[in-house]
Ligand binder design. Structure first.
Ligand SMILES: C[S@@+](CC[C@H](N)C(=O)[O-])C[C@H]1O[C@@H](n2cnc3c(N)ncnc32)[C@H](O)[C@@H]1O
Length: 211
């Protein structure tokens, strides 16, 4: 990983350099005179990963399946970058906000569905996507990543944020991470592991390519 992907810049806000994309504000983040808005890396694991590790390999027109979109914080920035984003979210509570965020973003497609059942949105999501990004607060994180591999191209990549406590709040995070990785290994080859502890406690990011 290196540099920043197209559509993301370091900009000055309040006397310090912060990550920013250009688009309508979504969650009360500061916007500069040229329309660049802060990408708050405390609220976005993808933002935090870009800030510390640079570009994971996003191409300007990459197609992304994003699982666990919540109210649209992270997917709004990805769509601002020009990526085509299918944003799956289970919670009806988050749906209104996610739909609102997508209104000014023609390349952001909200899908209110359960990522454990990809067949239910297979007719909506295009095939051969470049990226699967997963940030679901679920006990079934490995199974979800495996079941959604079907949308990726054979050279597709995944970025999976493992939230240890959603899987087992009593086990040590390192044990949980190892178990998840073992479950993923038939489907994905892990190329990088990143601790997210500075911004998101007991989370690990995995970058993996399709086997
Ligand atoms: C940590 S939040 C995601 C935050 C979001 N990725 C962001 O950066 O803006 C986890 C989300 O996963 C969603 N979720 C949990 N289980 C899910 C499932 N089976 N299918 C789709 N979404 C799910 C939750 O409703 C919640 O909104």
């Amino acid at each position: 990983m290196s540099d920043l992907p197209e559509g993301v810049q370091w900009r000055q806000f309040g006397g310090r350099q912060r990550l920013a994309t250009r688009g309508d504000p979504v969650y009360g983040e500061p916007v500069d005179a040229e329309g660049w808005r802060v990408w708050d890396t405390n609220r976005s694991k993808v933002g935090a990963l870009l800030e510390t590790h640079g570009d994971p390999g996003f191409e300007p027109d990459s197609g992304v399946l994003y699982l666990g979109a919540a109210t649209g914080t992270t997917v709004s920035h990805l769509a601002d970058m020009g990526l085509l984003v299918y944003a799956v979210e289970l919670s009806a509570y988050a749906a209104d906000a996610l739909l609102e965020v997508s209104r000014s973003r023609p390349r952001l497609f909200p899908i209110i569905a359960d990522a454990r059942h990809p067949a239910r949105y297979a007719g909506t999501v295009e095939a051969d996507l470049s990226w699967l990004i997963q940030d679901v607060a679920s006990a079934e994180q490995a199974q979800i990543a495996t079941a959604n591999r079907r949308f990726l191209a054979d050279d597709g990549m995944s970025m999976i944020f493992i939230k240890a406590r959603s899987i087992d709040a009593t086990a040590s995070p390192s044990t949980v991470f190892a178990d998840v990785e073992a479950e993923l290994t038939d489907t994905y080859e892990i190329t990088a592991r990143v601790s997210m502890d500075t911004t998101h406690e007991d989370h690990r990011a995995i970058i993996a390519k399709v086997r």
